[in-house]
Write a protein that binds this ligand. Structure first.
Ligand SMILES: [Zn+2]
Length: 477
């Protein structure tokens, strides 16, 4: 499928998008090379040369222990062979899983990779989102420490998450997921056979992660109109295009694993990452739905359970988010809102945040970390009463803007079904219980400083218990 903005178009792509309102001035081709091709694996040496890697120096290949297949061959040994045959000194660096058997992005793992890097080396992240984030951030910290920017290539092994083109790294800090500033890769290699042969559930998750847009786009506009995020720009929406229409058209091909559809999905995922990077925030693709997912991850971490497939969890949270939007759009009666009741006292919210997160972290550290963030949001909310007053007075117009950006939850369900993604939290691996999802739905706004629909519902004193009962059936069996 032909996309309006095709990140595989090289300099032409960058020239086209530089004209979109909101494109940051002065950022010229932050990712030099993006290849979405069959057989791209065999051009890896060429890519290394193009990004300035030195063939007399080691190339560190960062991976996890998961075996991967490509056209019936074992992928990781194949990559090493291809590079050795091209006279590169490829050296594998294996990142170790934790006791749940998964690799997470955390400082000890980032430091372990960083300690292996050398002054003149080049680095390839050979894996999916987590390996990419760990490697990216290791290179970033190496550069901060030594002043040396190493050539860094991402070889994306699954169409699973919009992390590969991002210059930020979501990392566990004090048990809470935080997004740290990081760096771009110099090149992105999407070998279509590798993507086709990735586990199906990862591909479905990649679709799911992008469905966040139907909550995150309206959330961003909401925060902006309420005076809480001056950084809004339409860049992300313009870059991504009509995602629902695109997915409805391409889903059958994604399900059957056609190489062309793998390229389309990889490009959309790349655009999603760029939408965040170029907006200098994850805000365009991460709002209420992602915080719901973060809370579920936090619960899993606290019980030493493995995390679910990120994008699939996000997609289900997006179903809840879009459903909540439908209720807001249909039921908000501005004249019934008493403005003065919409501003809870800091002491009241501090107690609530602390008490809430004690349930997931009895040491209180997570609660403190969340309150630090939440406090800033609450202060801003109090400081921008005028905007909220105007929002209520002009609800008709704002309602129209939000409606444009969200969509009925049923459309997301249709897309998920078409790519055979999980349609309920109980179908995730491991399954998420109704109690945990409800906890996440209700407490997500307390976790971070970004304002979302979840916050508005709290400040409006919306009957969120009733809302949960109304929406849960869409994603809980
Ligand atoms: Zn995500």
């Amino acid at each position: 499928m032909r996309l309006k903005y095709d990140p595989g178009d090289g300099p032409t792509f960058w020239e086209q998008i530089a004209h979109i309102p909101g494109y940051p001035s002065g950022e010229r081709m932050p990712i030099r090379l993006m290849r979405f091709e069959p057989g791209a694996l065999f051009k890896l040496g060429e890519v290394l040369r193009e990004v300035g890697a030195d063939p007399t120096q080691p190339v560190f290949i960062v991976t996890d222990p998961t075996p991967m297949q490509r056209s019936g061959e074992s992928l990781k040994p194949l990559v090493l062979d291809v590079l050795s045959n091209d006279s590169w000194q490829a050296q594998p660096v294996e990142v170790t899983p934790d006791e749940t058997g998964q690799v997470h992005t955390d400082m000890p793992r980032i430091q372990a990779v960083k300690s292996r890097l050398e002054h003149k080396s080049a680095v390839i992240a050979l894996g999916s989102g987590t390996i990419c984030d760990i490697t990216k951030h290791a290179c970033y910290l190496y550069e901060q420490e030594t002043g040396k920017k190493l050539p860094f290539v991402v070889y994306q092994t699954a169409n699973s998450v919009s992390a590969y083109t991002s210059n930020m790294a979501p990392t566990f800090v004090e048990g809470v997921k935080r997004t740290l500033p990081s760096r771009y890769p110099d090149a992105l290699v999407c070998d279509l056979e590798t993507l086709r042969d990735a586990p199906r559930e990862m591909t479905a998750a990649g679709v799911g992660d992008l469905l966040a847009a139907f909550v995150s786009f309206p959330d961003w506009v909401l925060a902006n109109r309420l005076g809480l995020d001056p950084g809004y720009s339409p860049l992300a929406q313009e870059l991504m295009g009509p995602l629902d229409e695109i997915f409805l058209a391409v889903a059958p091909a994604i399900r059957s694993g056609s190489l062309d559809s793998m390229a389309t999905l990889a490009k959309l995922i790349a655009l999603g990452g760029l939408a965040m990077s170029l907006s200098h925030a994850t805000t365009p693709m991460s709002a209420y739905e992602h915080v719901i997912s973060h809370i579920l991850d936090l619960l899993a971490e606290s019980h030493n359970r493995p995390l679910t497939q990120h994008g699939s969890q996000v997609a289900l949270a997006s179903i809840l988010g879009t459903a909540a939007y439908q209720h807001l759009l249909d039921e908000l009666e501005p004249e019934e809102i008493n403005l003065e009741n919409c501003y809870p006292a800091p002491e009241q919210m501090q107690a609530l945040v602390r008490e809430t997160f004690l349930q997931v972290d009895p040491t209180g550290k997570a609660g403190e970390e969340c309150w630090n963030d939440y406090r800033q949001k609450l202060e801003a909310w109090h400081a921008h009463k005028t905007e909220f007053d105007s929002f209520l007075k002009n609800w008709g117009s704002y309602r129209g803007q939000l409606k444009e950006l969200t969509c009925p939850p049923e459309r997301l369900i249709t897309i998920l079904r078409a790519v055979q993604a999980p349609e309920t939290f109980g179908e995730l691996q491991p399954p998420q219980s109704e109690d945990d999802v409800k906890f996440a739905f209700l407490t997500a706004p307390l976790m971070r400083k970004r304002f979302t629909l979840g916050d508005l519902l709290i400040f409006l004193q919306w009957d969120r218990e009733k809302l949960w009962q109304q929406v849960k059936g869409l994603a809980i069996s």
